[in-house]
Design a protein around this ligand. Structure first.
Ligand code: SIN
Ligand code: FE2
Length: 212
């Protein structure tokens, strides 16, 4: 089956265990953006350095019990923001309910994330293909929410050599992957110049995961 319809919008299959839920976050978009702003007040966006010594083009912050970081030592989750030494801001209720709702729509019942990585892309920022594999267990799905300027998402398979599909991710779109796609490679092509009434020239992405 290529695509289905439910009450909230179109569901597009990307791969076994991976779906794109078009516009799933539209009903809470302004609330999500206001919440991102509040999180960033307490834990500012920063461009982190990879273990290989490269500064990422995407600026990041986190909320939830676990926050994803990278530095010269490793990629890992921490309970505290290394910038301030304080715990990451608490997981907002609106993030939890959207993650649970989207995961359920994708066939993953009872998802309770403890980590939300917040990515901010400016023009030209990109994320090269990678797997999300710093979590304690791969039994839980990943819920990824797009806000603002559209981007091109690449989604492949568990092997780096697997072919990658391209999908346009627009404001309010939600991608969920888990099960046979949990370790699929994925990335984001360089953000094209653009403007969105709610985010200006930026794209934001929420990546909700169960890390600990
Ligand atoms: C990620 O892979 O962590 C983020 C994906 C995205 O920005 O859409
Ligand atoms: Fe990722």
């Amino acid at each position: 089956m290529q695509s289905l319809f439910d009450t909230d919008g179109e569901i597009e299959a990307l791969a076994p265990g991976a779906v794109l839920l078009r516009g799933r976050a539209l009903g809470v978009d302004a609330e999500l953006l206001a919440t991102i702003e509040a999180v960033a007040q307490a834990a500012p966006f920063r461009r982190m350095v990879t273990p290989g010594g490269f500064e990422m083009s995407v600026a990041m912050t986190n909320c939830g019990a676990a926050g994803w970081i990278t530095d010269r030592k490793s990629y890992r989750y921490t309970a505290a923001d290394p910038g301030s030494g304080k715990p990451w801001p608490a997981m907002p209720a609106v993030f939890l309910s959207l993650a649970r709702d989207a995961a359920t729509a994708a066939g993953f019942e009872g998802f309770v994330p403890d980590a939300c990585l917040i990515n901010r892309y400016e023009t030209g920022a990109r994320l090269s293909p990678h797997q999300d594999r710093d979590e304690a267990s791969y039994d839980h799905p990943i819920v990824s929410v797009s806000l603002g300027v559209p981007a091109t998402f690449q989604f492949g398979g568990p092997r780096r050599s697997d072919p990658m599909k391209k999908a346009a991710l627009r404001h309010g779109d939600v991608v969920v992957w888990g099960g046979p796609s949990r370790l699929a490679h994925h990335g984001v092509l360089a953000l094209k110049s653009g403007e969105h009434p709610l985010t200006g020239r930026c794209r934001f992405n929420l990546t909700l995961r169960k890390a600990f």
